[in-house]
Design a protein around this ligand. Structure first.
Ligand SMILES: [Zn+2]
Length: 497
């Protein structure tokens, strides 16, 4: 089975082959910590998490780096904002710290696998400045009044990711109207001084009150004077610092294709002369009533609130019901449906666990359920290898849930191995890959006893295959001495505890 991924760079489904067959280098453009994470963030997180988990299932090691943007005018705009008895924060770092704490607690509550590193801009100023210096030396950037801009006409394929021509580009960034730029589309690598008052104004809300009128944000010394790094350059610097010049997978929201990712490619490849990222995967956004969920529109639902209200499993069910690169709309009905679907999956799992734990009920030997569990594994893997199609992967699990339910509805005695195979498929695919948490309510001792008998029977089979019939018979006699009756059938040994 081959994993194929839709690469934004080529617009095609490509066979996935990391440069190092053992290890995937993955960079995900993380959050700007200026507010509580909302469900739109959670949706992308959960998909990145499942992609990480599936790559591990395929046998790859995953070096996953996820940056935290803790330098930004949106953060500065919240300095001095009244909140309860105090403020959201009294400095840019203060505000960032508050939301970084929130970020990590939300990630934990959603059961996300941890990235290897969560680099922050404030910890990477030397690397950022070094990268800007290289771009200046190589002639890709120019300095103007203490700011440094990237010259988009200096790279031949600027616009390749977002399919645009340099000539057609409008001015970009908050510094769009700056007279000191050579081309309107040039973007800032380094910005002289603190944050401009107009930027603060733009990000402040009328309904809130502020203690600090004109917070400027932190500045750092550089060869061009005190200033602040541009947004795009930080990701290039952090990705290269932790993962080297070329990575396998770069992920982020669809809204980052242009200009953020286009600019990352331009400046990284100009600096190193090497390809920056081989596969660009973009997650589509979560809509609310046909609008993108975003903090600035004020239509966002904080992750913590949603987790409290609905629980993690229904939320994961909701997000995974649509593939990472298709759009999804949040609504009360959609969440209700996810709650119901999670309940259906969990119930089938619990029924199988319960039946497998009932010694009296499992005297039948047939392969029907084992075959369905195998089929579910196969269909699940096909779906995940098809550009991480979680919607189809879930269908495979629901097919198995349906099979378990009708199997248990139709008979009084069951094939133990079939039940265990189903429970294991739920746990491996739904649990380990999709991140659901099934509770195993069956009596642990009874389950373990069943598994130990299975183990002894497997050893006995191997002895028989090797022609050691005496030893095989001795194992059966030992089991019978313990009260486990073994019968050999066409489909393998059956037993009763
Ligand atoms: Zn980024």
């Amino acid at each position: 089975m081959t994993l194929r991924v839709l690469n934004t760079l080529s617009g095609e489904r490509e066979v996935f082959e990391p440069a190092d067959p053992e290890e995937v280098l993955l960079y995900y453009c993380g959050l700007t910590v200026s507010d509580d994470p909302h469900l739109g963030h959670a949706r992308t997180w959960v998909h990145v998490d499942v992609i990480h988990r599936w790559l591990e299932q395929l046998g790859y090691g995953v070096r996953h780096v996820e940056n935290v943007t803790d330098v930004n005018e949106k953060i500065v705009a919240r300095v001095g904002e009244r909140a309860g008895d105090g403020t959201v924060g009294d400095s840019e770092r203060d505000v960032a710290r508050r939301f970084i704490d929130r970020l990590f607690s939300d990630m934990r509550s959603l059961r996300l696998k941890r990235a290897e590193v969560y680099p922050r801009v404030t910890e990477h100023l030397p690397e950022i400045i070094e990268l800007v210096e290289t771009l200046l030396e190589e002639g890709y950037a120019y300095e103007s009044d203490g700011s440094v801009y990237f010259d988009v006409t200096a790279v031949p394929d600027y616009g390749a990711l977002s399919n645009q021509r340099v000539e057609d580009l409008e001015a970009q960034g908050p510094e769009a109207g700056r007279a000191d730029k050579h081309n309107p589309a040039d973007f800032a690598l380094w910005k002289a001084g603190g944050v401009e008052p107009t930027a603060i104004e733009e990000h402040r809300h009328e309904a809130r009150t502020y203690d600090a009128d004109e917070p400027e944000g932190e500045t750092w010394p550089s060869p061009w004077g005190d200033g602040r790094p541009g947004w795009h350059v930080e990701c290039s610097a952090m990705s290269m610092a932790h993962l080297g010049a070329t990575i396998d997978v770069h992920m982020g929201g669809r809204d980052l294709v242009f200009p953020h990712h286009e600019n990352e490619i331009a400046q990284s490849e100009a600096a190193t002369g090497q390809q920056f990222a081989r596969y660009w995967l973009h997650a589509d956004l979560l809509g609310v009533d046909d609008e993108k969920m975003s903090s600035s529109r004020g239509n966002f639902i904080p992750v913590a609130e949603a987790v409290d209200h609905y629980g993690v499993d229904p939320l994961r069910m909701f997000f995974l019901s649509a593939s990472y690169n298709s759009t999804q709309t949040y609504s009360g009905d959609a969440i209700e449906e996810a709650i119901e679907r999670w309940d259906r999956l969990r119930t089938a799992h619990d029924r199988a666990v319960e039946a497998a734990a009932d010694p009296a009920a499992r005297s039948k030997v047939d392969s029907a359920l084992r075959d369905r569990a195998d089929a579910a594994r196969e269909a699940f893997a096909d779906a995940m290898n098809d550009d991480f199609n979680t919607r189809e992967a879930l269908s495979a699990l629901f097919d198995l849930a349906g099979a378990v339910n009708s199997y248990l509805d139709d008979a009084d005695t069951y094939d133990y191995r079939g039940l265990r195979a189903s429970v294991e498929a739920f746990a491996d695919l739904g649990g380990d890959v999709l991140g659901f948490e099934f509770t195993d309510e069956a009596d642990g001792d009874v389950t373990l006893a069943g598994e130990l008998v299975e183990l002894v029977l497997d050893v006995r089979e191997r002895e028989r295959e090797a022609g050691n019939y005496e030893r095989a018979d001795a194992l059966r006699d030992d089991l019978e001495a313990l009260g486990v009756e073994v019968q050999d059938t066409d489909e393998g040994p059956a037993y009763q505890l």
